[in-house]
Design a binder for this molecule. Structure first.
Ligand code: C5P
Length: 226
């Protein structure tokens, strides 16, 4: 199937400290955006990657990708993730209006295993309109009141945390963003449209790298096979 991956990568990366845009923060010497794009291309089922880069670092993002011999379309991102995804989607449709499957993959999940990317694409190709990778909740979850006092223990059995890449039939993603009304990720928009969102098993390596602690974990994982 004609599959494109959109990579919202325009976040400022404030939690990582004073390191500049998160897309360019190095994990063992290699910028996050390079890890993320490489992982998508290594899956072998993604025809094109479109990166929504920090507007002030669009050229820099292009050059780190081409230095790594990675072919991607880099466009300036927007003020929030939703805007960045919309801008990348427009660019992808401008290049190839006949898209069939679209992935949305956060640059901060840079070490996502290619096998997870394939799992999401396969599930959409098999007929699911929207697919999200999930993990069980490991910790006990409590509900608290406004003072932080525990009011209940939440049953974890039907709680899951979600990761990316999230996969969509192209017509579904276009519909999700057709009305810009309301906040939320593409998956939340799909839920609001009443579409069934299917889950596939996620992977610990698809963790978000947004704090110095995450960066240390990512550097320790880097270089070992997924
Ligand atoms: O900060 P947040 O959790 O929303 O970031 C999720 C993803 O969205 C990150 O990959 C980040 O780079 C991206 N993002 C973006 N454009 C923005 C803000 C965040 O592409 N203006």
């Amino acid at each position: 199937a004609n599959t494109v991956a959109l990579v919202p990568a325009a976040g400022r990366g404030e939690l990582l400290g004073d390191k500049g845009p998160e897309a360019l923060v190095p994990v063992n010497g290699v910028p996050l955006v390079v890890h993320a794009v490489r992982g998508l291309l290594q899956a072998g089922c993604v025809r094109r990657v479109v990166v929504a880069a920090p507007p002030s670092a669009t050229e820099h993002t292009r050059s780190v990708l081409s230095e790594a011999s990675l072919d991607a379309l880099v466009v300036p991102g927007g003020a929030d993730r939703t805007e960045s995804v919309c801008l990348a989607l427009e660019a992808a449709l401008g290049e190839s209006p006949e898209l069939e499957i679209v992935l949305v993959h956060d640059v901060v999940r840079a070490l996502t295993p290619p096998a997870l990317v394939r799992g999401v694409v396969d599930a959409v190709a098999a007929g699911a309109p929207a697919v999200v990778p999930v993990l069980p909740v490991a910790d006990t979850v409590k509900r608290v009141d406004a003072h932080g006092v525990v009011t209940a223990t939440v049953d974890r059995a039907n709680l899951l945390t979600v990761q990316t890449p999230q996969g969509f039939r192209a017509d579904v993603l276009r519909r999700c963003y057709a009305s810009s009304a309301g906040p939320g990720t593409a998956v939340e928009r799909a839920e609001r449209l009443g579409l069934a969102v299917t889950t596939v098993p996620g992977h610990p390596r698809a963790m978000k790298i947004t704090t110095p602690f995450d960066l240390t974990v990512a550097e320790a994982l880097f270089g070992t096979p997924s």
